[in-house]
Structure formats: C-alpha cells, structure tokens
Design a protein around this ligand. Structure first.
Ligand code: COA
Length: 260
C-alpha cells in the first residue's frame, strides 16, 4: 500500500507523520485513516522509532474533521461501521501505541481532528489553533471517541458545552481548559514538539510503553488501573532497560536504553 495522503519523515528516532490533504483541510477520509493505521503499525514495529509527532499539512489546519463529503449519504448501519472502524484503525490505535505520540496542532482541529489530537498522548498547539466538536451542527454526535476523551480531559460540563454549542475555542482557552499541554507561536510548533520528543527519547522505551499501558488502564471500563500499574511496574524489573538505568545511575553515567 503506498501512502497517498501522508508525508513521513524521520530524524534521530523521531518520526513525524503529516496528514497531507491541505486542499481539503486534511479531512480524514477512509483512505487516510487506513494509511494512518498502516503508518502507526510500522512505527510501532520499528525499534528505531522512539517518539511520534502527528501534524497536518499547510498553515491552516491540523485536521478539519472526518470527511463530511464521504459520509453525507451513509445509512444507520454504515454510520455505525464508520465509527467502529475509525475507533479501531486510528483513534484507539494511537492511544494504545507502544511509544509516545505528540499531536502538533497547527490550525483547525475540529471533529475527528480534535478527536485525533485527543487520542495522542500529548498535545501542543500553535497559537493560531482553533478546536471544537461541531458534529451537532451537522446532525450527528462526535463518533471517534470525542464524547469520552473530551470529558476525561476537561470534565463533563465543559465537554457538554463544547458539544452542545458546536463552537470553537482558541489555543489559549484550550490551554486554560487543560485540553492542550502547551501553546507556542505557530512558527515554533514543530521545534517545541521536537524538543519534547528529544527529552522523552532519553528515557527507557520499555518503561514508556509500560507507562502508556498503566495510564490508559485507568480510563478503560472494566480495567483496574492500580492493578495494571502493579503488573507493569513488576514487569520493568525484568527488562534490560531497568538493569541499564539502575547501573548507569550507580556508575554515574548516562543510561543508554535499547527498549529491551
Ligand atoms: N470534510 C470534507 N471537506 C472539508 C472538511 C471536512 N470536514 N473541512 C473542510 N473541507 C473542505 C471544504 O469543503 C473545502 O473544499 P472545496 O474547496 O473542495 O469546497 C476545503 O476543505 C476548504 O474549506 P473551506 O470551508 O473553504 O475553508 P474555510 O476557511 O472557509 O473554513 C472551516 C474552514 C474549518 C471553518 C470549514 O471548512 C468547516 O467548517 N469545515 C468542517 C468542519 C466540521 O464540521 N468538522 C467536523 C466533521 S464531523
């Protein structure tokens, strides 16, 4: 499968995936979602990749939502399948990836775009970013995890207000809400994401993967977050990274992790 809708670059263990449909404001059609699924699987299986950055092409949009033109004539059953397929291929896939994923929100992050940013582990926004869940203005609800992830990130009241009003908030308001981790001038956005990625990739890949699984478990219905933490903590003691990290501390040198 060749990737028509993505640009992928890599430097020093940081892989950047750019959604590249700028004339459609990077709207997520089914082909783009399938390509992202493939790109995520490849990144997951490539030990050389330590941190991912996901962003949108062009100065205007991160992702302006699911592709409205594609689903406008869907039936009830097709709508349900669209949502379920998206969850599996993209949104849950990002959230459960075994390495940290940073969203570089470089403009409009609306509907599926905000849902994609919320699936990432960390969000950094450019100061021109605008975020919202406008689905109710189209007669639907957020169907790519937005009803759940927004409430988790900002609380039920603010989430319902955003969904009810179908409005957009600016980057500084998103920072105040806790929806994004950082806001930086647009021209510094990728540099800031890379700086964060460089800090993260000094740490143990196997411990980072364990941390993702433990934190996620706290938000999964039926999962026991504390129990998962105990299991993941214990598992770390069997890794080469743990031996390297503790040896490096005692030998007063920098650790060199492999992820094993
Ligand atoms: N799905 C499909 N196409 C989209 C899209 C989406 N979610 N968002 C933008 N586009 C397309 C537009 O149709 C237009 O394509 P065209 O030139 O072939 O007509 C192109 O991207 C540029 O968008 P345009 O609306 O002309 O830009 P704008 O600057 O006037 O407005 C937005 C920007 C983001 C406010 C506006 O595009 C918008 O409201 N998009 C839909 C957002 C949305 O409801 N997302 C949730 C979907 S569930």
């Amino acid at each position: 499968m060749s990737l028509q809708n993505l640009l992928i670059t890599e430097a020093g263990g940081i892989r950047t995936i750019t959604i590249n449909r700028p004339d459609q404001l990077n709207a997520l059609n089914r082909d783009t979602i399938a390509e992202l699924d493939q790109a995520l699987t490849e990144a997951e299986n490539d030990r050389g990749v330590r941190v991912l950055i996901i962003t949108g092409s062009g100065p205007k949009a991160f992702v302006a939502g699911a592709d409205i033109k594609e689903f406008a004539h869907f039936s009830v059953e097709e709508g349900k399948m669209l949502s379920a397929g998206g969850h599996k291929q993209l949104f849950d896939h990002v959230e459960r990836l075994n390495k940290p994923v940073i969203a570089a929100v470089n403009g409009f992050a609306l509907g599926g775009g905000l849902e994609l940013a919320m699936s990432c582990h960390i969000r950094v926004a450019g100061d021109n970013a605008r975020m919202g869940l406008p689905e109710t203005s189209l007669g639907v609800i957020p169907g790519y995890g937005g009803t759940q992830r927004l409430a988790r990130l900002v609380g039920k009241g603010k989430a319902l207000e955003m969904i009810f009003t179908a409005g957009m908030i600016k980057a500084d308001e998103a920072l105040q809400w806790g929806l994004v981790n950082h806001v930086v001038p647009q021209e510094q956005l990728l540099a800031k994401c890379n700086e964060l990625a460089v800090t993260i990739l000094k740490n143990s890949p196997s411990a980072l993967a364990s941390a993702i699984r433990a934190v996620n478990a706290g938000f999964e219905p039926g999962a026991n977050g504390m129990q998962r933490e105990i299991e993941e903590f214990g598992k770390c003691f069997g890794t080469a990274d743990f031996k390297e990290g503790t040896s490096a501390f005692m030998e007063k040198r920098k650790a060199s992790f492999t992820g094993a």
